[in-house]
Each structure stands twice: as C-alpha cells, then as structure tokens.
Design a protein around this ligand. Structure first.
Ligand code: COA
Length: 170
C-alpha cells in the first residue's frame, strides 16, 4: 500500500500508531448525524486499526485498504477506506472532522483513492452505501459522478430500505 501525496493532502496507509490522533478526529458528534457511531474507546480503536493492518480478510477474498488524511500542516482530519473484492469491485467509505467540511477536501481525498484503486488494484466498479438522509455524503458522491444503482444491485451490497447504493464505473 502506497502513501499518496497531493499538493493539498497526503493519504497515509493507516496503522495502529494513528489510533491516538484519530480517536480525537473521530470523536466529533456531527460526523454521526446520520450513521455510524464514534469509537467506544482509544483501546478499541487501536485494536481495530491493528486488525486492519493485515489489509485482508481471513479467507483472503477481500483487501481492506485504509488511508488516513493528513493536511500539509501535519494535522490529521479523517480517513478514506475501500474493501476490494476479488471480482474488481470496491466498496468505499470516508469520514472527515466537521471543522474541515465544505472545502473540497472530502471529494479530493476520495478521488485520490479512487485513482489509486483503479491504477494499482485493478478496480473496475466503485460502490458506496449511505443512509438516504445523508445529504452531505450524497452531494460528495454526485460531485464525483456516482449514480444511483438499480434495484437488482442493492441486494449484492446488502443495502437496507433506508440506504442508497451509489455506483461509478472506473
Ligand atoms: C461527507 C463528507 C465526507 C463530505 O466532506 P467534505 O470535505 O465536506 O466534502 P467536499 O467539500 O469535497 O464537498 C463535496 C460536494 O458536496 C457538497 N456538500 C458537502 N456538504 C454539503 C452540505 N452540507 N450541503 C450541500 N452540499 C454539500 C459540496 O458543495 C461539494 O460539491 P461542490 O464542490 O460541487 O459544491 C463529510 O460531510 C463527512 O465526513 N460527513 C460525516 C461522515 C459521513 O457521513 N461519511 C459518509 C458515510 S456514507
């Protein structure tokens, strides 16, 4: 897994040593207005990051790719992640601290990861599952030219009734 450097941010492969800094980044309640929940403790987050450092599911069928997002100032502001399946699909997700929203950083970080997934991991289809109410995430995906899936695709990704599945061909 490579470090991805752009003029406005760097994506660093996530390791357990990021846990302390990231627990602060991920503690803001605004992030969880529509989905997910903050890490229950620093220890929990460190354990989770340690497991993710394997970069693979136990049966080897999924690659787990997590990058933390660092600004040129040195500050960590969030993460982007992808689960890459053997059939060249990738399910992506992202979270940024609310102090940094609406500056183009989320879309830039995600687009940087998508380019890497295509060039270095051979991904041909990007997918994202989000709560229907999560208008910020939907706006980001629309900006990056994701489209709403048809009904048939939704079951493949286990999207619930209150969720959207958005797709983009690589
Ligand atoms: C979703 C999230 C990553 C967006 O990050 P961001 O850095 O604010 O995104 P960007 O600044 O790149 O914005 C991308 C587009 O979405 C639009 N957008 C973002 N927030 C918006 C809002 N509150 N209202 C309307 N549009 C919004 C922007 O206007 C931009 O489009 P534009 O440049 O064409 O105007 C951020 O809101 C977040 O971390 N939310 C909480 C976690 C979360 O919901 N993750 C997704 C789980 S599926």
């Amino acid at each position: 897994m490579k470090t991805l450097v752009t003029p406005t941010l760097t994506l660093e492969p996530q390791v357990a040593a990021h846990a302390a800094e990231m627990s602060l980044v991920l503690s803001g309640p605004a992030i969880y207005e529509f989905e997910n929940a903050p890490p229950v403790s620093l220890e929990w987050l460190r354990n989770r990051f340690e497991k993710l450092e394997s970069r693979r599911s136990k049966d080897g069928s999924e690659q787990w790719l997590n990058w933390v997002i660092r600004l040129p100032s040195g500050e960590l502001i969030g993460y982007v992640q992808a689960t890459v399946f053997n059939d060249r699909r990738a399910l992506v997700a992202y979270e940024l601290a609310s102090a940094h929203w609406r500056r183009g950083l989320g879309s830039h970080a995600l687009e940087t990861m998508l380019s890497e997934l295509k060039s270095d991991y051979g991904v041909s289809l990007f997918a994202a599952v989000l709560k229907r109410k999560n208008y910020r995430s939907l706006a980001l995906l629309n900006k990056l030219k994701f489209s709403m899936s048809d009904e048939a695709q939704r079951s493949i990704y286990g999207a619930d009734e209150d969720e959207l599945l958005m797709l983009r061909r690589a």
